[in-house]
Design a protein around this ligand. Structure first.
Ligand SMILES: Cc1cc2nc3c(=O)[nH]c(=O)nc-3n(C[C@H](O)[C@H](O)[C@H](O)COP(=O)(O)O)c2cc1C
Length: 191
């Protein structure tokens, strides 16, 4: 019989639990979310606690942890304020900009300016899209569920509009070609 290391989460350090979760659930897709606040300041940040929820209607989820002081991250604040966010797929040419967009910058500044990425308007939502990537999902914020004593927020978005770059030239419309090389997160690294 295998000799397992055993962990009871009630007796395990938070950091260790994080390693167990993120080292075992791999790879994780990256939900790169663009938003805008009421003052028109745009925001961009990656979230690897991200997945598809359902098809009809199309829904996706992002888990946006609170900051250590309990406050909400800008992405969540903005999505609640405007009622929407945009998912941008991460591809190899811009993976470094994606990582840089996770740097905490003041609320009045935009990660689009900090990374040099280009924001373009969406069709049905206020949040902008990242021009440099081939797929965008425009999402209306459907629900924010909060879990546990720290009120850990899970945001569910309904996709109200899809954009897929025609340049993919794929035979099956909407299916991303391998050449786009979509990036995901493997343990603590983006691969
Ligand atoms: C690849 C990658 C994945 C990340 N995944 C998450 C995540 O799932 N949840 C989370 O709260 N933060 C995650 N982060 C950290 C956020 O991107 C970071 O806290 C960011 O500053 C939040 O920005 P905002 O305050 O502008 O929303 C991730 C960072 C990177 C580089």
């Amino acid at each position: 019989m295998a000799d397992y290391l055993e962990f009871d989460p009630s007796k395990t350090e938070r950091r260790e639990i994080y390693r167990l979760l993120t080292g075992s659930v791999v790879p994780r897709p990256i939900g790169w979310a663009s938003t805008v606040n009421g003052q028109g300041v745009t925001n961009l940040a990656p979230f690897s606690f991200f997945t598809v929820v359902c098809v009809a209607p199309p829904m996706i989820s992002l888990t946006i942890a609170r900051n250590p002081d309990g406050s909400e991250k800008h992405t969540l604040k903005n999505a609640k304020e405007t009622g929407d966010f945009c998912f941008n797929v991460v591809t190899t040419p811009i993976w470094k900009e994606m990582v840089d967009s996770a740097n905490g910058i003041p609320e009045g500044e935009s990660e689009f300016d900090a990374t040099g990425l280009t924001q373009i308007p969406s069709v049905k939502i206020k949040s902008p899209r990242v021009k440099e990537v081939p797929i965008h999902f425009e999402c209306k914020l459907h629900q924010v569920l909060e879990f546990g004593p720290n009120k850990h927020p899970l945001c569910i978005g309904e996709v109200v509009y899809f954009h897929v770059d025609r340049a993919g030239g794929t035979a099956a419309p909407g299916v991303p070609p391998p050449a786009w090389s979509i990036r995901s997160r493997l343990k603590s690294m983006a691969r």
